[in-house]
Design a binder for this molecule. Structure first.
Ligand SMILES: NC(=O)c1ccc[n+]([C@@H]2O[C@H](COP(=O)([O-])OP(=O)(O)OC[C@H]3O[C@@H](n4cnc5c(N)ncnc54)[C@H](O)[C@@H]3O)[C@@H](O)[C@H]2O)c1
Length: 381
């Protein structure tokens, strides 16, 4: 099958997430890096694009210029997918503008700054008949897909409790708190409704929803700022309830020195429990009730088809974050191609995180803020 044309907005030189997107989009040979507006600075944007192999015409100085020129190209030459990897406050405007001109978009999380904006993007993508995905890239790990399949197939029995954590020490240094690259993350104007909850917590919440296939219906939250000069929280401990009365707990923090990245997900059902850590993503720990723990290895032939489908290298050779993100691109490739050629995408390829998922995350954070304002009382999502 032919490669699809891919464009990137943001993710310039030295950015945190740009390299991972470029590597992931091209890893399976599905997408061809065709155009970019990579930096807020016009000259840097053009020169970095050229350095990465884009032609002069396709190394744009701004996303507005990229949109203006790309939308005029005929069907064969048009971008099939645009990834938005700029800071949070710009996601809504850029995503909306590309969707409106009939492009498919993969937007970094958070989808937008407010629930209302997210709802607008849900409607717009429907009206335009375009894919709008949100990069909850950790759902692309094969063993996270295995968790979901095990839960869907009843291996854990009735799900009772989900424990989701994204707590690390990455925002714990008070002497670095005024650094502009750190400071914006704790400012309502630039980060949105919340800080660590938006930056990290929503990944863990999204994974809780993804593996259980359930939405969160109410929350009770305690936000805390360990570094007192911060406008927004750097720690959040929340309880939540999901559909079917599943209980959930979230701990997200930037203060947890020593926990490195700290993304973990545990699910407990009536027949057993599962535990997965992003820092050891190639092993999933499965404990049937009244039995000892066993290790499920990525790449083993006895995995569910959802995990086998996206396995890339042999068992025992570690796969990581780039491979996980590439699986989101693989799903998008299948879905975009299916739409292009009037075919049905495979059921398994529909696992990518959608604009509705991105909107649900913001609804949860809004309810958490409400709960905080009510001293931790339950607030409906
Ligand atoms: N899904 C994940 O696991 C994950 C991980 C890290 C970051 N992110 C998200 O990715 C986004 C970017 O984060 P980051 O840490 O890479 O930020 P960063 O500050 O390191 O880099 C942002 C890049 O975007 C460029 N940029 C800013 N405004 C722009 C504009 N208007 N047009 C074009 N380029 C522009 C900057 O020049 C820079 O190159 C954030 O929304 C963040 O939440 C997601």
């Amino acid at each position: 099958m032919q490669k699809l044309r891919w464009g990137l907005v943001g993710g310039g030189e030295g950015s945190q997430i740009g390299f991972t997107h470029r590597a992931a989009a091209q890893l399976d040979g599905h997408f061809y890096f065709d155009a970019g507006a990579l930096d807020i600075d016009t000259e840097k944007s053009k020169s970095f694009g050229r350095k990465l192999g884009l032609t002069d015409q396709k190394s744009y100085g701004s996303w507005e210029e990229m949109l203006e020129k790309e939308k005029k190209l005929n069907k064969e030459k048009r971008l099939d997918l645009v990834t938005v990897a700029t800071p949070n406050s710009t996601h809504f405007e850029i995503t909306k503008s590309f969707l409106k001109e009939d492009f498919n978009v993969l937007c970094e999380k958070p989808l937008s700054m407010t629930v209302e904006q997210a709802q607008e993007l849900v409607k717009l993508s429907k009206d335009m008949g375009k894919i709008c995905a949100v990069n909850y890239g950790y759902t692309g790990y094969p063993l996270v897909r295995q968790m979901r399949s095990m839960i869907m197939n009843g291996d854990l029995g009735d799900i009772r409790l989900v424990f989701a954590e994204f707590a690390g020490g990455f925002m714990a240094d008070e002497s670095d708190a005024q650094n502009p690259r750190v400071k914006w993350r704790f400012s309502a104007k630039h980060a949105g409704m919340a800080a660590i909850t938006i930056d990290c917590g929503i990944h863990a919440l999204n994974m809780a929803c993804f593996v259980t296939d359930k939405k969160i219906v109410k929350v009770s939250s305690d936000f805390f700022s360990g570094i007192k000069s911060r406008e927004l929280e750097d720690d959040n401990l929340s309880s939540f309830r999901m559909e079917n009365d599943v209980a959930g707990r979230l701990w997200t923090s930037g203060l947890a020195i020593g926990r490195t990245h700290g993304l973990t997900l545990q699910v407990f059902g009536s027949k057993g429990g599962l535990s997965w850590k992003q820092e050891q993503p190639n092993q999933l720990f499965w404990t049937p009730i009244n039995d000892s723990t066993r290790i499920i290895e990525r790449g083993h032939p006895n995995l569910y088809p959802s995990a086998k489908r996206i396995n890339k290298i042999t068992i025992g050779h570690p796969e990581g974050m780039i491979a996980a993100f590439s699986n989101i691109y693989k799903d998008l490739f299948e879905n975009i191609n299916a739409r292009k050629f009037g075919k049905n995408p495979s059921e398994l390829s529909k696992s990518y995180p959608t604009v509705e998922d991105g909107c649900h995350s913001l609804e949860i954070v809004k309810a958490m803020k409400k709960s905080v304002s009510l001293n931790g009382s339950w607030a409906r999502v």
